[in-house]
Design a protein. Structure first.
Length: 99
């Protein structure tokens, strides 16, 4: 009977150790999944923050209109500077040749 008792205790010990190993494996997998879920949540939060700061189509269209207006103003300034350049050259020629 003592042999049967030893075998029974060994079987019971094996079953307990197997159950403990299985529980540890499952709980570690769950912790790993929770860590992955937290990482994904963090990444999604970061992406959402970046998306909030992206300009809309309407904002881009408004900026394009503003850029066109600035371009037109620069063309006007350029033509005025060309006329001013001609006038300055005339004054310069007059001063060089007549004085």
């Amino acid at each position: 009977m003592s042999e049967e008792l030893k075998v029974g205790i060994q079987v019971l010990q094996f079953i307990c150790m197997f159950g403990l190993a299985l529980y540890t494996f499952i709980s570690n997998r769950r912790v790993a999944k929770d860590a992955e879920v937290q990482e994904v949540k963090h990444r999604v939060t970061v992406i959402e923050e970046r998306v909030k700061n992206i300009p809309t189509h309407q904002t881009i269209a408004e900026m394009m209109g503003d850029i066109k207006a600035v371009r037109a103003e620069l063309k006007g300034i350029h033509s005025e500077l060309e006329r001013l350049k001609v006038d300055v050259n005339r004054v310069n020629d007059y001063l060089l040749h007549n004085k």
